[in-house]
Design a protein around this ligand. Structure first.
Ligand SMILES: Cc1cc2nc3c(=O)[nH]c(=O)nc-3n(C[C@H](O)[C@H](O)[C@H](O)COP(=O)(O)OP(=O)(O)OC[C@H]3O[C@@H](n4cnc5c(N)ncnc54)[C@H](O)[C@@H]3O)c2cc1C
Length: 428
């Protein structure tokens, strides 16, 4: 090994950003020891705990990371939360390079009057319940029959799909049976989706819009305040996709979804529970008061959520599309770097860019290699003992698959402690 090559690399966060960055660094430095830490006992971040259960094909990206972990390209150290189980400084002292890839995951909440009423929910609570997020596990909140979804990006469309799908649509998935049953015992029949932007600049991917058309028994209607200009190709594609949804013949309607583009909610009405949503702007002919018992906001993530960077508060986490470096030998990647936008492939290109930057810093001497650093093995024994290895995760994985139940691929553990018990089940 070249004396100037890093020997010990730590990546904090095992989501796609962390894994893609580790892959790119591994390609450059074949002999470096790379450890990926995660606060959870399972790897892969939002691929496991955010991507919708009816999109299992998207989760298949984890197979390539499985191979990396399985072949020893990198070590998994789960159940290690940087900031509470170990200080970032302690990790930095033992590793030549540290890459933070802890994502950004807290919903932005509605700020209109009435947003505190019972029945106002954030999409994250529903996503977490359906994906069985542990630490802490939150059960499916109560959702009524008349739902207003605020937002029209991909996460909002995930929520709309969930509201209008049936139990059969989750065959061969890993959805939480408790969360799904709880909702499907009394599913929504009227769903209104409000988007401030016109269709042309709404964030949803065309493929996500088209997918709604494959769900039987649902009538979809659309109101749009200002159509896309001739030269806005993507906007026109989105409009065409929505027009196609609205033109479908639907037999035996179970539910009605009405998309209103160019609509601004100004207030949620009710005394203790949501009763109405009031609009300050809406396309002409549209109601300005919508009866509702539930409001679900899917309006993006709060970049500055307090406590999020408790492990590294002294650094600047303003989103950046360019530089990953935030300190000597300290970098960031993925949503923590660019802000909470973009799908999994965007993290791959970002990770490659960050890896290039790291390699250039090492080659130019801007990132110095510490011959005294001992890497993972030099961390306190209590910490390495508590950490969950990839082999440990394999036991959790096997237990979840064994518990899958009929027409499911796995049944995830609800409880972090139960995951740890399954991980250690065969330790002597
Ligand atoms: C609801 C939802 C649905 C989505 N659906 C899709 C989809 O269908 N297709 C698609 O391509 N993209 C989808 N995305 C986007 C995709 O999930 C993100 O682009 C991607 O996960 C961001 O990767 P990341 O590695 O930066 O963050 P994350 O995936 O959030 O990973 C961060 C990791 O860091 C860990 N961590 C956090 N803090 C600490 C700490 N202090 N110590 C140790 N570990 C820590 C977390 O446990 C987590 O594992 C979706 C996103 C959401 C929110």
């Amino acid at each position: 090994m070249d004396a100037d090559s890093p020997r010990h690399i730590a990546v904090i966060g095992s989501g796609p950003a962390g894994c893609f960055t580790a892959q790119a660094l591994r390609r450059q430095w074949k002999d470096a020891d790379i450890t990926i830490f995660d606060r959870l006992a399972s790897p892969y971040g939002l691929i496991r705990y955010g991507v919708a259960a009816d999109h299992q094909h998207t989760k298949a990206v984890t197979r390539q990371f499985d191979r990396n972990f399985g072949s020893g390209d990198f070590r998994f150290a789960g159940n290690v939360e940087v900031g509470s189980d170990i200080d970032l400084d302690v990790i930095r002292a033992e590793f030549d390079i540290v890459v933070l890839a802890t994502g950004r995951w807290r919903d932005r909440t509605l700020t209109v009057p009435g947003a505190h009423l019972d029945g106002v929910l954030v999409s994250g609570d529903i996503v977490n319940a359906l994906n069985t997020v542990p630490r802490p596990n939150i059960p499916m909140p109560t959702i009524g029959r008349k739902v207003v979804v605020v937002g029209a990006g991909n996460v909002a469309l995930d929520i709309v799909r969930f509201l209008i799908k049936t139990a059969a649509d989750y065959a061969d998935s890993d959805v939480s049976p408790e969360a799904l049953d709880s909702y499907l015992s009394s599913p929504a029949t009227e769903v209104t989706v409000l988007s401030r932007s016109p269709i042309a600049s709404a964030k949803a991917d065309v493929a996500m819009i088209r997918e709604l058309g494959k769900i039987p028994g649902v009538r979809i209607t659309v109101a749009n305040a200002s159509p896309a200009a001739e030269d806005n190709t993507l906007g026109r594609k989105r409009e065409a996709a929505f027009a196609e949804l609205a033109s479908r013949d639907v037999d035996e309607v179970r539910a009605h979804v009405h998309f209103v583009f160019g609509a601004t909610p100004s207030r949620v009405g009710g005394t203790t529970q949501v009763e109405t949503v009031h609009l300050s702007a809406a396309p002409s002919g549209e109601a300005s008061v919508i009866p509702a018992d539930t409001v679900i906001s899917a309006i993006g993530f709060d970049v500055n959520a307090p406590g999020h960077w408790h492990y590294a508060e002294e650094y600047d986490f303003t989103p950046s599309d360019t530089l990953g470096r935030i300190g000597p030998g300290l970098y960031r990647s993925g949503w923590l770097k660019r802000g909470p936008v973009g799908a999994i492939p965007a993290n791959r290109s970002d990770a490659h860019q960050v890896a290039k930057e790291i390699i250039a810093d090492v080659e130019s001497g801007d990132c110095t290699i510490n011959p005294e650093a001992g890497g993972y093995e030099a961390l306190p024994a209590s910490l390495t003992k508590q950490s969950v290895s990839f082999a440990h995760w394999g036991r959790i994985d096997s237990a979840e698959r064994a518990n899958a139940g009929e027409s499911r691929i796995r049944r995830k553990f609800h409880d972090h402690e139960d995951m740890l018990a399954a991980a250690r089940s065969q330790d002597s």
